[in-house]
Design a protein around this ligand. Sequence first.
Ligand SMILES: NC(=O)c1ccc[n+]([C@@H]2O[C@H](COP(=O)([O-])OP(=O)(O)OC[C@H]3O[C@@H](n4cnc5c(N)ncnc54)[C@H](OP(=O)(O)O)[C@@H]3O)[C@@H](O)[C@H]2O)c1
Length: 317
Amino acid sequence: MTTAPDPQVVLVTGASSGIGRAAALRAAARGDHVVLVARGRTALEDTARECREVGAATAEVMSADVGDDAAVARVVDAVLSGHKTIDLVVHAAGVVAYGRTEDVPADVFDAVLRTNLVGSVNVARHVVPVLRRQEHGGLVLLGSLIGHIAVPTMSPYVLSKWGVHALARQLRVENRDLPDVHIAYVAPGGVDTPIYAQAASCLGITGRPPPPVDSPERVARIAIRRGERGQRRRQVGLANDLVRFGYNALPGLYDVLIGPLFSAGALDHTRQVPDGPGNVLESREAGNALHGNQGKALVGILGNLRQRWRAVADQPA
Ligand SMILES: NC(=O)c1ccc[n+]([C@@H]2O[C@H](COP(=O)([O-])OP(=O)(O)OC[C@H]3O[C@@H](n4cnc5c(N)ncnc54)[C@H](OP(=O)(O)O)[C@@H]3O)[C@@H](O)[C@H]2O)c1
């Protein structure tokens, strides 16, 4: 007779939406103990209820801002005092702001760096010593293709994700001595989550996931697998490799093409949105959900091209 593996203790940040929510549900469905972290409590409670429904051993909610080092320390202490161990941390908390370097307001720019980059450092600062003491366990950092390239009008996000990319490599170098401590890094391309609708913007429009678009469930599955096995592969999808090849090997051509390609495939020109901080400065819980429901990428691109054509046609001769 085979026995089920012991439930793992899985801590997920950004657990109330998108990839983090999918990771929490995946761990819950195999009977793990899940600890759910984000700023907004109500959406976390919803996620915890879903986790119990799919089979979580336990599902706890801890409201915390990952940009606050003391708050992250409290979360890690609380998990240890409840469960004695941490087997896997999926760090998926993240925010986006659209705008050129000089246009994004300073408080929004800093807050993107604080959540995405400083938040990742805070999580590593408190989680890595636990994993090292245990001599086992995994930490997965959610990066992005954007942490390997430059794109127009996502300045703070680009900087923050290059930082996460660097942090992941740094942590791997620092923790090579313990073979059962896994530092994993996952860099998705476009994923259909609410992050685009939740973003800060000073463009009058927001973004959409560029093709090929992954589901949050697929990215969560990859993140958990890499965190548990310590796999070296970092990108999600071959399209990322193609874009990175263009960026690194053909920089002149890349810089010419990325503006129009990004505008057609990664922005949504069909819907005007008021400029503002989105969920960057504080949680907008009502917008958190598992999926972004962005529709087909090709339809989005055609909508953008139609909008562009109309704008040109409407110009006075
Ligand atoms: N979606 C994509 O296309 C894509 C592509 C590449 C990489 N990624 C990365 O994948 C990760 C997850 O993104 P997603 O698309 O799943 O985003 P999402 O659906 O918007 O979810 C973001 C989660 O992070 C939480 N959060 C935001 N700021 C926080 C803070 N300061 N402290 C604690 N929690 C915070 C949010 O809840 P509260 O607001 O209530 O705190 C929410 O639970 C991010 O690192 C993102 O950069 C996403």
